[in-house]
Design a protein around this ligand. Sequence first.
Ligand SMILES: Nc1nc2c(ncn2[C@@H]2O[C@H](COP(=O)(O)OP(=O)(O)OP(=O)(O)O)[C@@H](O)[C@H]2O)c(=O)[nH]1
Ligand SMILES: [Mg+2]
Length: 327
Amino acid sequence: MADPHEPDKDMVEEYLAGTEDDHFQIPEGHRSGFVAVIGKPNVGKSTLINAILGEKVAIATPKPQTTRIQQLGILTRSDAQVIFIDTPGIHKPQHALGKFMVETAVRALQDADGILFLTDVSHDITAEDRNVAGYLPEIGAENVLIRVLNKVDLAGAPLEYQRRVDEHLGLCPFTEWLTTIASEGKGINDLVETLIQHLPEGPRYYPPDQVSDLWTREIAAEMIREAALLLTQEEVPHSVAVAVNEFKERPNGMLYISAELYVERDSQKGIVVGKGGRMIKQISSQAREEIEAFLKQRVYLDLHVKVLKNWRRDENALRRLGYRIER
Ligand SMILES: Nc1nc2c(ncn2[C@@H]2O[C@H](COP(=O)(O)OP(=O)(O)OP(=O)(O)O)[C@@H](O)[C@H]2O)c(=O)[nH]1
Ligand SMILES: [Mg+2]
């Protein structure tokens, strides 16, 4: 009788034959690397990553401090794989969540082969930009730091623009600099080509069809949070956290998602639910459209609003909500 622990020879051969074209094989001269995308809040980091991938994997809104966790955006080409690390905007934290966000961004810098440091060239540099520059490691010959001056579409008159470019480039030493309009996908090809030229030869770290390291249910949670960020005002959007409880395909092919929106106070709950439940319905329908477009599947979204008092200041609550805070 065949030993059940002995590998089946045919299966092993089939497997090895099957790996010829897959991500374990490194084409000659293939380049790769992890590239941290950093900058103060709202400069367009997540928008830039979505533009590079040609697909929306990271949420982006006009409100600062949209991104809270590290998220990979993986670009695979025949000659290169670039793993972009989207990071929360580096700012002066006001609570435990903010501290976690800044630590997350700074940690990404330490693990990266390259850095894209974004600033918003439609404004003069600020103390926040200088604060970000203060976290940058010394760049050696083996590291690449590309200064990306984003939002050129809003940059203003030529003289003013030139003065600003000089001011922005004075922030720190860099390998290369470029301008982009991330929201319109402009400057993206040049940026990617320039970046890849500076990356070392290396393997494919991820399968070619993988664009993010988040599970689809985590991306769905982010899209719900994005809708809440877009539709509510002032402190409310920043007080929202989303936890997905159920994520199940029904026999009719419809994806059933049930999620909780946590807010910090009863008054915020009132706002997020809205008169006659109007606001939560709006959040739900906007989020559902985004999730359906991303998953290319029909979705039933069931949202509930709960209060978790001052969760942004409470490390245990943050952990319960899925933020991986070290003890
Ligand atoms: N006009 C213009 N708007 C842009 C450009 N790039 C991004 N934006 C807008 O800027 C806002 C912020 O973009 P995000 O991608 O969320 O910025 P972020 O740096 O990821 O922000 P945080 O996650 O909060 O740190 C969004 O409304 C974008 O649409 C650009 O080149 N031009
Ligand atoms: Mg972001």
